[in-house]
Each structure stands twice: as C-alpha cells, then as structure tokens.
Write a protein of this length. Sequence first.
Length: 541
Amino acid sequence: MRRRDFVLTAAALGAGGAGLFWQEQRMAATISYPGRAAGHRLRDSSALPEPAETYDTDVLIAGGGIAGLTAAWQLGKRGVTDLLLLSGPERHGNAAGGRDGELVYPTGAHYLPLPSTESRHIREMLGDFGVIEGDPYAELPRFDERYLVHGPAERVLYERAWEDGYLPTERVPAAERADHRRFFALVDHYSTALGTDGRRAFAVPLELSSTDARYLALDTQSFKAWTEAQGLRAPTLAWYLDYCCRDDYGRHYDEISAWAGLHYFCSRGGLAANADRGAVLTWPEGLSALALRLERAVPSGFATRAATVARLSTTTDGIEALCVSSEDAGMHCFRVRARQAVAAMPLFVLQHVLTDADATRYGFDSRRDLPEYAPWLVSNFLLHAFPEEQPGSPLSWDNVVYQEPGLGYVVSTHQDIRMSLPRRAAFTAYYALSEYSPSAGREWLDRASGAELAELAARDLRLAYGWRLPLCVERIDITVRGHAMAIPHPGFLTNPGRQALREASGPLYFAHSDLSGVSLFEEAAWWGYRAAEKLAAARSR
C-alpha cells in the first residue's frame, strides 16, 4: 500500500462512523437527466399556451445536436445566413460535454474513427477545423497529432490481470484463438467486398453501402445467429462481439442485426499518413469539441436560442413552429415562421412534434417506423489523484473489464499524460442497461436513487481498483440518457418511414442519425449535410 493510501484509510477506519460517512461523501454523485423534464412536459401537455411573440427567419433548424449543427455549418458555407437554430433540451445532444473548473470531459460520445474515403463530409469538416493537415481528401491524410489517441490505447481486465487490446488472447486456449483468427479473416473479406453496384458492402455513411441482395440478407438475422452459423463459438470471441454491440448499439448481439454487427467492424477503414490502421481521434471533452467548432464556424447572421420545438407544421408560406423556451421551468411559448426548416431531432421526439397531417405527407407512421431506444449512463468520476495501477500495466485511454455488464471507462486526460500525471482527471464510465428491456431500463433509471446510480456506474472501476477508488474521487457527475440511441434490430434496413424521411423534398427536411438507424457521429453529420444540400438546391431553383 502506498503511504498516502495507508494514511487516508487508517484515518477513515479510526474515525469509525464519521470515517465511513466521509468515505461515502467522496463518492457522492450529481445526477442530470438532459431532456427528460422538457420531453415529459411536452408529451403530457394536451395544449400549448398562446405564443407570446413571433419570429420570422429564412431557415429554422430545430435541434442543436450534430445533425443540426452540421446543417447550419453547411448552409453558412453555401451563403444562407438568415438562420435560427433552436438547441433543444440539451445543447449538442449526444455529443455534449461537461466542465469542472479547467477539467473537461464527455457526457456523451468521446471519439471519432479516422474517416474513410466515403466519409467526405467528415473529411471536409476535419479539414476546415485543422484536424486534418493538408488535403483532406488524400488517400493518406495527415492528422494533427494532438487528436490521435496515443498509446497505450486500450486494455482488458481478464482473469484479474490487464492485457493489451479488447479481446483477451493471453491464457486463452489455442482453439479459441483460432476462432478469433477466423472471425477477423471474415472481417477482412467483408471490409473489401464490393456489391454488384460497385459499392463497398459496408460504408460510412450507411447510405453509401451496397444494396446487393447478398449483403442486405444479413439484416434478416441476428449477429449471434450469423456468427454461430460460421461455426464461431469461442467464449472470449462471443463476449467481445457482444461487448461491441452493447458499446455501439446498446443491446446484446443476439438482438442486433447481423448487417449492423458486421458494419461495426467492416465499414470505416480510415487510413492516415501518421497513424496506424484503426486509430481514432479524441478530445478531453469528447465530441463536444467538434460541436463547439461547428457552432463557431457558422457565419454572422446565425442566431441560436435555448428552446425546443413543440409543434411543427407546413403552411402555404413555408413552416410554422410553436416553441417552448428551455430557459425557464414554465411553458413560455413563442412562434417561429420560416421559409424552410430542418427537423434535426430523434424520431421519438418527432412523433410528438410533427402534426398528423405532415406525418402522413412525409410518410412517417410512428406506430410502424419508430425504433426502440437503448438507455445509457455516462458517468464521470472526477479524480484529485490517480488510483494505483497493477505493476507493469499502465493506464490506457480505454479500459474494459471482461464479462462485466459495464462498458469500461475512458480517461479524458489521456492525451495530456506524457512524462507525468496531470493534477486532476476524469474517468468516464459507460453503461448500457442491456440487462433490462429498454422500457424496463428507463423505468429503473427514473426511480433509482443517486446512490444506486453511482453504484452501478462504479462497477467496472471498483473491479479495477477496489478500495482505492473512493480515496481518489472528488465526486461523480452522472448523465442519464433514457433514449441514448436507436437499436438496429434485424430488419432495420427496410424501415419504410425512415426511408421516406430521407427523401423529403421540402419545405421541411429531416436530419438525424435515426435516419440511418445507428447512432454514429458520421451518420448524424451526413443527414445534416444532405439536408443543407437539398435545402440550398431548392432555393436556387
């Protein structure tokens, strides 16, 4: 035991009940439920108050997540500057971040894979923001070294010892390792496979993937069923594939489309002149860093307001929106009239916002087209000191515990660790409540106490550090995301309403990762980009 830990623990034990109280306070949690109160208020409201004022704008963007911000950025680049963006109940949505003094950390997504050749919209974005240096469309672009995750990048706690990578290989039988090799050989095959239409079988954005029936047939079965049909039954591989599905889609791999499961491994393939294949980009505050840059990239004339659209309808003159301010607890209502609009919101919100007539007009039937959503916890453990690591096993950027329901934890200050540890850090723990049904998970999150949420959030960290953890924690900042992501169940590719919203021709356009059916930054940005393209083209006619 280190001297400091010995002194702190001895003091706590010696103080009896007071010491136990002190130790419990070290793990006290603050809980936020972004969007819950506003969403429930609008869902349960049968009538809105009369609007207090009316605003006129050329283009309304309803939603301040990555889709809405990308649309605003692109419209600004195309000369459309009379914009009003309503940020919704949570600024930046699933790309949000938090701050405690100088310490920043993600409260949503935390990394971005290197963009593939198909992801030209992401390459343009990263080029504009200086993350890609030089030609953003080069075969091997060069990335700013500050944002490339440096080693050690990931590790897994397997049989009480850490090893590099996510998939355990040490102390694993040879037959299991053979299954590992067979699976990754299949991944290599599908990563380069082309359909009869000349497209890659799996691409990001998803819309650019091949429509060859051979590959679309994968969407008729679960990922688990497909792997077992390939004879892949190694327990370590099964855990790893299940972990990946919970990490990206929020559910177990027997519930996820085999197409979506393979897409996770085969779609991106981004390369770089100064990074290894499979490298990722990250920032201390997660993808909030890119959301902030998108906001700053929009030219003058752009206005934003902390408000949520409650009703959205087309009129003979364009679009009318009834909106509720997010700045007060009441129902302060105002009207926005716009020539065109982008609805950059998840489908579970859109079902309450779009009028019945417009839902029919745009081909959206919530009873048929609404996906299931996975509930998540994103928990930041704010540390005044780093807990001691096992000898010979340095702290990694991403840290995962084998066979646990948690999804591990990411070190927000990893990029700052060089010769010495920073004074403070945030360990961001992710937890998909996949042991419950989605609705039961949301019900549990609604009634759980702060202590219960903190205990669940700390599970992986306690297994990694034991009694040392509370001694290092100042507090826990927990973000509850009841509808964190759409779940790509088998059959998700053929959802008719999602396809209809993709093809909307105005004056209302739709933009959200839900249009793809998978909750990825690149997909949200793609639909924001496409909405801006179509909107700008309609103006020029």
